[in-house]
Write a protein that binds this ligand. Structure first.
Ligand code: GAP
Length: 513
């Protein structure tokens, strides 16, 4: 655990030191669970958004984009169920006076069982060496099977109790598992209560006429209320999807773990409208497609797993998370939900407008069913950033800190470095910058010895360093250094563009899907 904590602290401090993420309003001591993206962070975030948008919208003829407003008519949230049901079960510790999400306390308990399983696997892998079969071990080792069964039973009971609104049983479960306050260890708990997560605000200048609004807690509803507009103006035929990225707001109670759980965050969501009865097939297909998208970034197959929900949201008939191995363990990165016709039907009832589709293939009108894919951009940022931050022992005994971002997502693709600040080398380096900047984000750096500049770019995540030296003046060649391998090659200046493009081109990455 100490190791995980240390690793996570390194992630947070590195994100600040290298201009990725700052605490919001830091000079006023910050605002809890609100963050700003700095010069490098904003580029990484933009590149992740683009990677998602290309895969979801540009590459799919039957998926189109949308950018709905954050403010929406307040009845939207009544219809969607958020006014009545978008709440978290809270519990207070009477001694430490700290407030927690009851479900998170229980999930963290189960997370510790998962950690025990991982330790058993690691021990066995060491003991059996090459002959170790992980799948078989997981299925047959008594201790591991016991942990797994215990965790599953706890989650099942919690899911059922929350579903039935049996908050007394959720408290009983916490007591039976002897879960203590993570800060003080005290087991002196209040009852569990529900707390609505939406932020309220007002629209209008005068106090009498101002309308009470909510800041949207998900982008999805902007898509539902525009379903008919998009379908008709785009002449879309079912099955089709509408995708959007944008800010969402939740008054999260457990606001910790950096940008994992924020009060203002960005979602990338896609609602896929299908013929009723076909939703299960599409749900399975989108689960597979979304996992492939993640794997295309090459961050390790073992870092992902599916978690099928026992506790379903008020709108879903099936739901799964794609979980990622963050520095604090496996946690939800993306949700795939089969939302039935709940939302469109609810908006029909509350607005009095028809939200139906005429299906010419079966000659019928119906309210489509929806399969949704929903990923937090900030959470994806954390997954990429934390997975990429590595410390390596070098052959000479020193260590280097390197941010091995997938190069397609890296904020700066190449740094151009004159070996010395004289003899005409800066001028040649500047010329290379002027040429490459039409195609890529590049940086110029002439300060400090070249070795230090390499390390600086490694830590900032720049995949290529290009060094201009005295030979360049005679042979139009430069040294290109690869961040991940530290390999260096002599190449022609005229070849730089194609070498970089080959490596960072979205096409080459998405083709791996
Ligand atoms: N429209 C469905 C929906 O909003 P969700 O599971 O509540 O579903 C989807 O959220 C995704 O949004 C999550 O998988 C997570 O990546 C991200 N997300 C949710 N709450 C978040 C928060 N407070 N901070 C950062 N990301 C969050």
């Amino acid at each position: 655990m100490a190791n995980q904590d240390d690793q996570f602290k390194k992630v947070v401090s590195h994100a600040k030191e290298y201009g990725y993420v700052f605490q919001s309003s830091e000079i006023y001591d910050g605002l809890s669970a609100v963050y700003d993206y700095a010069q490098n962070g904003v580029e990484l975030k933009k590149n992740i958004r683009e990677y998602w948008w290309k895969a979801m919208v540009q590459m799919n003829e039957n998926i189109v984009g949308l950018d709905a407003a954050i403010f929406m008519h307040p009845t939207v949230w009544k219809a969607s169920g958020h006014v009545d049901a978008f709440s978290d079960p809270l519990i207070d510790n009477k001694d430490s006076k700290k407030r927690y999400r009851a479900d998170v306390l229980i999930e963290d308990y189960v997370g510790k069982l998962d950690t025990k399983i991982e330790k058993e696997v690691a021990k066995a892998a060491k003991r059996f060496g090459e002959s170790f079969n992980k799948e078989e071990f997981l299925a047959t080792n008594d201790r591991v099977v016991g942990y797994k069964e215990k965790g599953d039973a706890i989650l099942k009971r919690m899911g059922q109790s929350l579903e039935k609104e049996d908050l007394a049983d959720v408290k009983l479960l916490i007591e039976e598992l002897e879960i203590g306050c993570p800060l003080s260890g005290s087991k002196n708990w209040t009852d569990v209560k529900q707390f609505n997560l939406m932020f309220g605000t007002k629209l209008g200048a005068s106090a009498d006429t101002a309308m009470d609004l909510y800041l949207r807690p998900e982008t999805a509803q902007g898509i539902f209320v525009n379903f008919s507009n998009v379908q008709k103006t785009g002449r879309m035929k079912i099955p089709f999807g509408i995708a959007q990225t944008g800010k969402a707001f939740r008054n999260e109670i457990v606001a910790r773990q950096f940008i994992f759980r924020m009060r203002e965050f960005e979602q990338m969501e896609m609602q896929f409208f299908v013929r009723p009865g076909t939703q299960k097939e599409w749900y399975e297909q989108w689960k597979e497609t979304r996992l492939k998208w993640h794997l295309s970034l090459g961050m390790g197959k073992d870092n992902y797993r599916f978690h099928d929900h026992d506790k379903l949201a008020h709108y879903a008939d099936a739901a799964a998370d794609i979980e990622f191995k963050f520095p604090f363990g496996f946690k939800e990165l993306e949700g795939i939900h089969s939302r039935t016709d709940f939302d469109l039907k609810a908006h029909e009832e509350h607005s009095g407008k028809k939200l139906q589709y005429f299906d010419p293939e079966i000659n019928e009108h119906y309210v489509p069913y929806v399969v949704e894919t929903s990923i937090g951009l900030d959470r994806m940022f954390l997954a990429v950033f934390s997975n990429s931050l590595q410390e390596e022992e070098l052959e000479n005994g020193s260590t280097r800190t390197v941010l091995k971002l997938p190069s397609v997502l890296a904020p700066t693709k190449a740094a151009i470095l004159p070996l010395v600040k004289k003899d005409g080398l800066p001028e040649v380096a500047r010329k290379i910058v002027e040429d490459l900047k039409w195609d890529f984000n590049v940086a110029y750096d002439e300060k400090d010895a070249v070795g230090r500049r390499y390390r600086r770019q490694d830590a900032a995540g720049t995949p290529f360093c290009i060094t201009v030296d005295h030979d360049t003046l005679n042979d139009d060649s430069v040294t290109i250094r690869y961040r991940d391998t530290m390999e260096q090659k002599r190449v022609k200046i005229s070849d730089l563009k194609s070498i970089i493009k080959e490596d960072v081109d979205i096409r080459n990455w998405l083709m791996k899907m």
